[in-house]
Ligand binder design. Structure first.
Ligand SMILES: NC(=O)c1ccc[n+]([C@@H]2O[C@H](COP(=O)([O-])OP(=O)(O)OC[C@H]3O[C@@H](n4cnc5c(N)ncnc54)[C@H](OP(=O)(O)O)[C@@H]3O)[C@@H](O)[C@H]2O)c1
Length: 220
């Protein structure tokens, strides 16, 4: 499958490693340009591209950059993607450590991913946001393994969500349907499921136990 990855850091880099290992055709972009991605390209066989070209022809695009930098993405960044493209958003809002105060999230009460959708002009599927980057490399397991982890996946577009859940299964993780994007506060930072290394039952229980109130440490 043709997959575009926007962001080549902890998460984008490790998704590039695993998805190329699984035989996918991966294009990867960062903010500084493809010439800065030669080491990752040599290691993985992924194609480094300018961010404007990352989505070209892709059936799945992963947006995995710090939240505060989402507004920097060029308008139309998803133009040229394959019809029905599923856009994965791995983002988290860290107002105090990284992102600064974002009014749409704090004042309008948007979930992080709803805010990101507004900038992208395209629905997203929220996934991997509570997954340690290293776990993508180290904790994948075959289907049915007793210690296989599950990841929560939220999104409004059921077809896109199904496509993302199938890819995550291929990557070696179970998934739990975490509802739509307006429900995705259940998997935001500091919720019970965030960083949880458990299977389907544990993730389902943790999602149910989340509080909609944004914790003080995650307010700007
Ligand atoms: N680290 C984790 O374990 C983890 C786990 C789950 C979710 N997350 C979330 O996933 C997101 C990415 O986290 P990360 O740790 O992978 O970030 P990171 O290591 O800081 O890497 C960020 C990447 O985004 C790129 N980038 C920044 N602005 C860009 C732009 N305007 N256009 C294109 N690329 C741009 C950077 O490129 P340059 O270096 O060229 O600027 C870099 O490759 C964050 O929202 C984070 O909270 C992280």
């Amino acid at each position: 499958m043709k997959i575009g990855i926007i962001g080549a850091g902890n998460i984008g880099g490790n998704l590039t490693r695993r998805l190329t290992a699984l035989g996918h055709d991966v294009s990867v972009a960062n903010s500084r340009g493809p010439h800065t991605l030669t080491a990752l390209a040599e290691e993985t066989g992924a194609t480094p591209v300018p961010v404007e070209e990352a989505a070209r022809g892709a059936e799945i695009v992963v947006v995995t950059i710090p939240l505060k930098r989402v507004p920097e993405l060029p308008s139309g960044v998803l133009d040229g993607a394959a019809e029905g493209v599923a856009v994965i958003d791995t983002g988290n809002y860290y107002p105090q450590q990284r992102d600064g105060r974002i009014a749409g999230i704090e004042d309008e009460g948007l979930t992080e991913s709803r805010w990101t959708e507004g900038h992208l002009g395209h629905p997203v599927v929220k996934a991997f946001n509570g997954t340690y980057a290293q776990d993508i490399l180290d904790r994948h397991r075959p289907a049915g393994a007793p210690d296989r982890m599950a990841l929560p996946v939220a999104g409004d577009d059921e077809a896109a969500k199904a496509k993302v859940r199938a890819l995550i299964d291929e990557l070696g993780f179970d998934t739990v349907d975490a509802g739509g994007i307006d429900d995705s506060w259940r998997q935001q930072p500091d919720t019970p499921v965030y960083g949880l290394r458990e299977g389907v039952d544990g993730v389902t229980k943790a999602l149910a136990e989340a509080s909609p109130e944004r914790p003080a440490g995650f307010r700007g």
